[in-house]
Ligand binder design. Structure first.
Ligand code: LFR
Length: 471
């Protein structure tokens, strides 16, 4: 039996609505809407344009039901950690974007009360300055007390569609307030950090039904009223990992878009001193798997470099830039892409120059050299993290999978293979949407089985492309 489901995926540059047709031997995606997702800087910082996105998602869903009236279910994913505060169902402000600098205050405030090593024992997370708990600590105390619920962005959209407020587990695991040992809210930690624990809504697991569409929403998007919103791996990376066509006991994955999330999938927590020292995270995966991974800055560094050039009036064609990067024969600097200076929006070429100067290296000279330097630096960081993930997680890594937009970047795939000395299998590009759709399709009964069975379907329908390491 084949059936249809719809995914709403809010990514770093655009949001999309995608219809999936799924059955035992079928996994087809039809994109129906794409709309920009551009954070908006205003006087108090960098924000989501959440209402614009929600409106565009509704328009996209209406199109989806017009084209495919038999859609049974809707699933929503986006990046982690960002949230809206509500009181009596009313959103109290536009959610902040995690690249806003206010999180620095929050880090200082939290670490004064509890150092990272202690937090790691409780929540299993790598240190990232924008984890939700640091963002809460940067909010005005009165606002946090006034709110009665906090919803991560996909949960907020789900709430607007159904009227039901829940926290999906994989995304909740990125807040820093979920106990790593039993995946329940750590109310003691919240209270110790001065975060009202009443903000934390009941949890829901991927595959469970959030609820039926509210009648007014069903009418607005011309959907049958019994269409369900299904919880998926609402953390985009959790959905992407579902669709990595890997043998999890012998592979590392890189979910490469704006970020490069590099890790292994394991079935037990890894809370060792090595994991802490290497700043690896135990994020919650679908079906209770553990995503043992590390955030690498990702293609953000390249796209923000291109934006810097465009802002100064140069038109840049990315494929042409990457072709010219491939032809560079001069030595280019390999810099630390994870240096925190590369996190906020801004002048990336200038920051690369400053990094090189501080490390007594000659900076790149041409645009092609900048692009090559970024690709080489990412490839090195990817290769190191993939090998380290295997070591820390006890996985004998024999292949590295690259999924997401980065799988289209042939130079990056090849150089990651070269630098790791391991084959890279690239694709699917649409891993996040596929993972979202697979989990819904299984919940709807169009598919059955474990993650291995779902990945087997991905292998059969979206065979990856192989890059062998060169000497
Ligand atoms: C990727 C991602 C990462 C998370 C970062 C911020 O899109 O979700 O997994 O660390 O964005 O939320």
């Amino acid at each position: 039996m084949t059936g249809h489901v719809a995914a709403v995926d809010l990514g770093a540059t655009s949001g999309r609505v995608i219809v999936g047709r799924v059955g035992a031997d079928t996994l087809e995606l039809t994109p129906v809407a794409r709309f920009p997702n551009t954070p908006v800087p205003v006087s108090d910082g960098l924000h989501w344009d959440i209402l614009g996105l929600y409106g565009a998602a509704l328009d996209g869903l209406r199109d989806a039901f017009r084209r495919e009236p038999t859609i049974r279910s809707i699933g929503i994913d986006s990046w982690a950690v960002d949230y809206g505060l509500l009181r009596d169902g009313r959103l109290l402000g536009n959610p902040f974007h995690y690249r806003d600098a206010r999180t620095e205050r929050g880090v200082a405030a939290v670490h004064e009360r509890m150092p990272h090593a202690e937090l790691f024992e409780r929540n299993g997370l790598q240190f990232l300055p924008f984890n939700t708990l640091y963002q809460y600590a940067a909010e005005p105390v009165d606002l946090l007390r006034f709110a009665d619920t906090a919803l991560l962005v996909p949960d907020l959209i789900g709430y607007w569609l159904t009227g039901i407020a829940r926290a999906e587990q994989t995304n909740a695991s990125t807040t820093g307030l979920l106990r790593v040992l039993d995946a329940s809210w750590d109310h003691d930690l919240a209270r110790a950090l001065g975060i009202p624990d009443g903000l934390l809504p009941p949890l829901i697991k991927p595959g469970e039904t959030l609820g039926a569409l509210s009648p007014d929403i069903a009418a607005a998007i011309r959907a049958p009223e019994d269409v369900a919103v299904t919880a998926v791996g609402s953390h985009d990376t959790a959905s992407a990992v579902v669709a990595v066509p890997m043998q999890a006991d012998a592979a590392a994955y890189i979910s490469c878009g704006t970020w490069g999330l590099v890790g292994v999938e394991v079935d037990r927590l890894v809370l060792t001193p090595e994991a802490l020292a290497a700043n690896f995270t135990n994020e919650g995966g679908v079906d209770g798997r553990v995503r043992l991974l590390h955030n690498i800055m990702g293609l953000w560094v390249l796209s923000e470099t291109v934006r810097t050039w465009e802002r100064s009036g140069h038109a840049i064609d990315l494929p042409t830039l990457l072709d010219s990067a491939e032809e560079v024969t001069a030595a280019v600097p390999v810099f630390d892409v994870n240096d925190p200076r590369f996190l906020p929006p801004g002048d990336m070429p200038g920051r690369i120059d400053a990094w090189c100067e501080e490390h007594s290296m000659a900076p790149p000279r041409t645009r092609a050299e900048y692009a090559r330097s970024i690709v080489e630096s990412l490839a090195q960081a990817f290769a190191d993290a993939a090998i380290e993930a295997g070591r820390i997680g006890g996985v004998d890594v024999r292949t590295i999978h690259i999924v997401g937009g980065g799988a289209l970047n042939e130079l990056l795939c090849q150089r990651t293979a070269d630098r790791a000395g391991l084959p890279v299998l690239a694709g699917p590009v649409e891993a996040t949407a596929l993972g979202n759709i697979l989990v819904q399709a299984r919940a709807a009964g169009f598919l059955s089985g474990s993650l291995e069975a779902l990945r087997d379907l991905v292998v059969r329908t979206h065979a990856p492309r192989r890059f062998d390491p060169r000497a």
